[in-house]
Design a protein around this ligand. Structure first.
Ligand code: FMN
Length: 184
């Protein structure tokens, strides 16, 4: 009997904050992944050193090696990030800078969920995310780059989003990424 291998989707959160809404969104994505999709969080962004080309191996700093391995072993990557001062959080930009020296993200299907409820819609952060991902040669999957506002009141006591439409939108994003990965 042939066993189908699950599509692995790596989830990267741009917020390090305890109680982060972006983290809650990705935790919810884990719980609503469609059949055949395994979504798992990269949650050690705060262990990465500041990007420095002099440290870009060999040997690589261990947290950087682990980041690149996590990206390499995933079929697709999904980001969820807040906007800080009109741009990406520095910690996420730092993570992305570490991907530039590797080839792991090249051609990999990528998407994002923008959960901003602010009038500006975190447009600056997501424009910057698009620029950097294109620079790394990642493949941006259009139906997996969505704006789904998530208010704090939509997050239940278990830390997961309760709104059915939002949960459905997360499943749709994961499905779009899995389809893009299968088509590679
Ligand atoms: C230092 C700082 C700067 C911020 N700058 C922006 C901004 O430029 N645009 C915006 O929409 N929100 C901004 N915010 C609000 C955060 O994006 C918002 O609180 C978001 O929900 C935080 O995400 P998290 O809950 O996942 O940590 C800023 C927050 C902080 C702490």
């Amino acid at each position: 009997m042939t066993q189908m291998r699950a599509t692995q989707i790596l989830l990267i959160c741009g917020s390090l904050r305890k109680g982060s809404s972006n983290r809650a969104t990705l935790d919810t994505a884990v719980s609503v992944a469609p059949l055949g999709v395994m979504a798992s969080a990269y949650d050690v962004m705060d262990c990465l050193p500041h990007f420095n080309p002099d440290l870009d191996g060999p040997p690589l700093p261990e947290p950087v090696r682990e980041l690149r391995m996590a990206i390499e072993s995933a079929h697709a990557v999904l980001f969820c990030t807040p906007e800080y001062a009109g741009a990406l959080p520095g910690s996420l930009k730092n993570l992305l800078d570490w991907t530039v020296g590797g080839v792991e993200i090249s051609a990999k299907p990528c998407g994002w969920i923008n959960i901003s409820t602010m009038p500006g819609g975190a447009a600056g952060a997501h424009a910057e995310l698009a620029t950097v991902l294109r620079y790394t040669d990642a493949r941006l999957v259009e139906p997996a780059c969505v704006h789904v506002p998530v208010g704090r009141g939509e997050i239940g006591p278990d830390g997961l989003i309760t709104t059915p439409q939002t949960r459905e939108a997360l499943t749709a994003v994961l499905t779009a990424l899995a389809e893009a990965a299968a088509a590679r």
